[in-house]
Design a protein around this ligand. Sequence first.
Ligand code: ADP
Length: 255
Amino acid sequence: LDQRIPLPANRDELYRMSVTVNALLDRLQQAFQREKQFTADASHELKTPLAIVKGTLEVLVRKPRTVEHYESRVNACLAELNRMARLIDQLLLLARDDFHSMKPAIMEIGLTAPLEAVMVRMEPFAREKGIALALADAPPCQVKVDPSLLEIMFENLLANAIKYSPEGSAVEIRIERQESGVTCAIEDHGIGIPAGQLPAIFDRFYRVDESRSSTTGGSGLGLAIVKKLASLQSIAISVKSESGEGTTFELTFPS
Ligand code: ADP
């Protein structure tokens, strides 16, 4: 794929065709490179929890200890396996979407229903950190979406808002009817994202700062999934953030 057609000396049609074919080959090569990188990153991410489980069990088998010790080690293994299962679910979601085989089931629904369903599921995680999740009063707004895909998007955005916010802070969700369409903003008062990194946060496996993100157990796939699902449903997504101040993700639904 790294071979290119030698450009003929005179600028006739053959010349222009060669330029076009070469440009096409460039794009193909970049796409292959991205896929190779994706596979390498995915393997790396899957290997880590596997290595932890393997290492933990090997030590456990070699050195029998108390029942309490067994229990704590087995629970640690379970947590790693759960992380792995979540990662595999996310990878499958991205892979399916890549092959355009996902057909969203678009229907007209009220926006608060899926949002409230996700808020109920997220509540225990928010409570653990003493974070208040609040949905501001909003007029009833109908949107054309696939409810289950929209729930996955809300789940990822709310999980991030909670993950990257300090204990005791607030996450606010606002629904508004604007000229451009119905919008939904999710605002947190967390660590924020440096301006220079904002364009990359929707890339697969991208994390702003490995060291700060590794303690939160993220995989860097959440926002890539949000972006893919948004484009499948023609939902526009934008983000505003300030380091140390907080982040707001805004979804604009098709009217
Ligand atoms: P992760 O699994 O690491 O959270 P995501 O794809 O969901 O992966 O997010 C990519 C990166 O963007 C995160 O690692 C984090 O650094 C940053 N990020 C996402 N949401 C927020 C937020 N609400 N506040 C601060 N940083 C965020």
